[in-house]
Design a protein. Structure first.
Length: 496
């Protein structure tokens, strides 16, 4: 693992840029997905765009600001870069964008006055605003917590008689209930950083590995957690069996090494059957770790006993390249991909201005089959706390511990372009360009079920113009330096 959760941007951005701009990533559509889109009426390749193109820009002086609308004209030759849009080639369906409601994040939100919190939650989660609709919570303590805790600490308790989610009633559950009241469509993933200490040979939640003999009890622990949360009015949609399976973090924080054979055995022999027996339809997602473990994922999916209960993969972007996710898709096209962790570093000089880094990261995630983007801590204080671990992460927003001042990061402004333009049920379609320069324009395009089409353009270089070409129509877009631009329009048939 890198020194911080943000270091991966420095290495991943440069290597992904050329292939993303040239449209080389995931260039072959899912035929099954395309068939679904055509049958549902989502895909109308003969439609031509009409009316105006709504434009939103984030750059040094504007933050998701409206720019003068553009109009479609007849396509002709262009001296600049051309991005060809083809809605007849479709890919994955979108689930949502959001971040992690860690114990630390929920505590930080909870500290706000009720009025300030209401206003911030309306901005971040209401469907009329950002509409963040995917989130992640921790099953027990992560490194971004007020303390190290599980729901059953102490002496061995295989019957789980001591199990309790009492810790979460103070601020985690109230925050989740409030967010769901703002956006009822919030999809929640839950991940453990460590099982209770008594389930591990080292007797601690910090580092180490799992006792295989504790796996039946651990499956019961998941069931109790899911049912306890549901009883509190917070349904969990998906789970992973372990956060970051390939590290125990040198015992510096809640963590647990989780070898491949452990994951396969736990899901297929314990967790999957326990969920089924309990009548829970919670989805199980594999891995919850880095791109470079793509080979492990393929080998896991090779096991038919695992596939009986799981066909989805959760990814982090700290090590490896996003194109590695497409290797899994090539081997198992039916496997669904989800991006479940990544966020800013509050100590970085560009914490407030790195929207282009995040625009490139999000684009790489979506161009390689991911159905969601879930960032790391949604909110922390000005020191990146609460934190019981060694890393220097920042919140999507920073809430000052003394003044309650809210600061919005570059990560926040990048999320605005993707979350406001791409909503659940939208389907990615092909966008390609011939640009292979060192300062490329990065792009990804989606069509909503209602027929609205959007392309998000990230320009990490100087000012430049690009021509969007959609069938016989074209539009020239001027991109500000170091900017993200969203362009949204409707097809002609939607105007009738």
């Amino acid at each position: 693992m890198s020194k911080t959760r943000r270091d991966f941007l420095k290495t991943a951005t440069a290597s992904m840029a050329t292939s993303l701009a040239a449209g080389m990533v995931a260039a072959t559509p899912s035929h099954a997905a395309t068939g679904i889109a055509r049958a549902s009426g989502l895909l109308r390749p003969d439609d031509t765009p009409s009316g105006t193109i709504e434009v939103r820009i984030t750059d040094a002086t504007r933050k998701f600001a409206a720019a003068p609308p553009l109009t479609w004209t007849a396509a002709g030759s262009s001296a600049g870069d051309v991005i060809t849009l083809d809605p007849s080639q479709t890919f994955q369906e979108h689930l949502g964008i959001g971040g992690a409601f860690t114990d630390g994040a929920c505590y930080t939100f909870h500290r706000l006055s009720a009025g300030a919190r209401d206003g911030l939650f309306h901005e971040m989660f209401h469907p009329s605003e950002m509409g963040l609709s995917a989130g992640r919570i921790c099953i027990g303590s992560s490194d971004y917590s007020t303390e190290v805790y599980s729901y059953d600490e102490g002496a061995p308790d295989p019957g789980l008689a001591r199990f309790s989610i009492e810790h979460d009633r103070a601020w985690i559950l109230p925050i989740l209930r409030q967010v769901r009241s703002v956006n009822p469509d919030l999809w929640l993933l839950a991940s453990p950083w460590s099982p209770p200490g008594w389930m591990k040979p080292n007797g601690s939640m910090l580092g180490g590995c799992m006792h295989q003999k504790s796996m039946p009890a651990y499956a019961g622990y998941f069931v109790k957690f899911l049912k306890a949360y549901e009883a509190e009015g917070v349904r969990i949609n998906s789970i992973t069996s372990q956060n970051e399976v390939d590290t125990e973090q040198d015992g510096r924080m809640p963590a647990c090494a989780w070898p491949q054979e452990y994951e396969i055995g736990f899901v297929s022999e314990h967790l999957g059957p326990a969920l089924r027996k309990s009548g829970l339809d919670t989805n199980i997602w594999l891995l919850d770790h880095n791109y470079n473990l793509w080979g492990r994922v393929i080998c896991s999916l090779d096991d038919p006993s695992l596939r009986e209960f799981c066909h989805s993969v959760a990814w982090h972007g700290y090590v490896g390249e996003p194109e590695m996710m497409s290797r899994v898709h090539a081997a198992y096209p039916q496997a669904e991909m989800f991006w479940t962790e990544g966020g800013p570093d509050y100590t970085a000089k560009d914490y407030l201005t790195d929207w282009c880094n995040w625009g490139q990261t999000f684009t790489g995630v979506f161009r390689n089959w991911c159905r969601c983007m879930i960032g790391w801590n949604l909110a922390l204080d000005e020191h990146g706390k609460p934190n019981v671990g060694p890393f220097s992460c920042g919140g999507t927003v920073t809430i000052h511990s003394g003044t309650d001042e809210i600061t919005r990061s570059g990560h926040f402004w990048a999320m605005n372009h993707f979350a406001r333009s791409i909503r659940r049920g939208a389907r990615r379609f092909a966008s390609t360009s011939a640009d292979s320069g060192s300062e490329t324009v990065i792009h990804v395009a989606y069509q909503s079920p209602e027929g609205a089409q959007t392309v998000v353009l990230t320009n990490p270089g100087p000012e430049r113009s690009v021509q969007l070409q959609l069938g016989p129509s074209a539009a020239l877009v001027t991109l500000a330096p170091d900017s993200i631009t969203s362009a949204t329009w409707r097809s002609r048939s939607d105007d009738k």
